[in-house]
Design a protein around this ligand. Sequence first.
Ligand SMILES: C[S@@+](CC[C@H](N)C(=O)[O-])C[C@H]1O[C@@H](n2cnc3c(N)ncnc32)[C@H](O)[C@@H]1O
Length: 202
Amino acid sequence: MSAKKYDRQLGIRTVGLREWNGQDQYNRYEATPYEALERLFQSYRFGRNDRLVDFGCGRGRVTFYVHNRFQVPIVGIEAHDKTYEEALDNKSSYRLRARHIQAPIRLKYGLAEHYEVKPGENRFYFFNPFSHKVFKKVMANIVKSVETHPRTVEIILYYPLPEYKRILQGHSFQMINKIKVPGGQDFREKFLIYRFSPPAAG
Ligand SMILES: C[S@@+](CC[C@H](N)C(=O)[O-])C[C@H]1O[C@@H](n2cnc3c(N)ncnc32)[C@H](O)[C@@H]1O
């Protein structure tokens, strides 16, 4: 099924690219392919108590897809003003079709590295949104939150970069799954799932 068709089913518009002008730390908008999401969720699930943060949510493809499929609360954070406005438009049109799903969707305009991670948030999604320097800051915020409120957390990386992997290993995250996208043209077209469980969280 084409991306536009998937979009129509959700009542959103997420196809296309948007470059940043003069921002070398922040990567362009490009949505995770729907086929990749379908593959990911053949082997990965969100449970009732999970809370997802989509860092660099763009127009919200992952946010709305996951909300629709798993009905869990989600926060999407986006720093590009036009892209953020498009995500808000998508939320309005998506919500017309998904009134029955009670879980909240919060879209926040701002920098991922300034986001204060909330105690219940335990799943974090990254499709290569920014440089590893920014990722390091975001990970420091996640680790700080886990130290203050011990819990198991998982990081989902799509199109993982080696520097991201090194940062996660440096924080003692363990890779628990690798999911390749069938027909991918590039070896990075895969998901890596990392988990951190502090001793207190069991
Ligand atoms: C590759 S897109 C991924 C979009 C979405 N997560 C998905 O997978 O469909 C990365 C997004 O991150 C945003 N971004 C880049 N740097 C950011 C930052 N520091 N804080 C928040 N968003 C950022 C970009 O504007 C872009 O929309």
